[in-house]
Design a protein around this ligand. Sequence first.
Ligand code: HEC
Length: 151
Amino acid sequence: MAAWCASGSLGAAWTVPAAADDVGATVFSTRCAVCHGPEAAGIPGAFPSLHDQIGEFAKTADGRDYLAMVVTTGLMGNLKIGGVSYLGVMPAQSGLSDAEIAAVLTYLASGRGKNPAAPALTAEDVIAARARHSDRSPQATRALRPPYPDS
Ligand code: HEC
């Protein structure tokens, strides 16, 4: 790395992606892993895995809205993921900042950091999603889930 980016504001900007990833990993392990499992593999029939579908949802505006609203309102309604049905309730995850919500969703969309080229969510995406969806209930959020094969 050139010396000019080792210090000063440009250097700081270069460290942002890694830092956001760390935040996402930390939020995941402290807030989500208790249900979704340490590797986001879930427990079939009880807690869904958060694997390929999250990266797919992150690619579209509707999908990003859905993801942001799941964390904001929680989720309730029938889901089918990988051929397994879920009729559970995810509680709203309060106490997270917009940046933390964006970071944990980016972490999941990237396959827990394994695919850094995956689309990232920003705090602005989370704020905009909330502004677009005033009907904030776990059931209303279920209705936002984009079509996904096998679901
Ligand atoms: C108390 C348990 C619990 C916690 C904690 C929890 N979830 Fe969930 N989550 C669930 C359940 C249960 C579902 C499925 C709800 C249903 O069947 O409608 C779900 C569904 C989801 C979905 C929808 C997946 C899909 O394919 O549509 C996403 C995304 C998600 N959770 C992300 C998170 C994130 C991110 C966190 C941490 C910030 C988190 N969850 C914390 C229980 C939990």
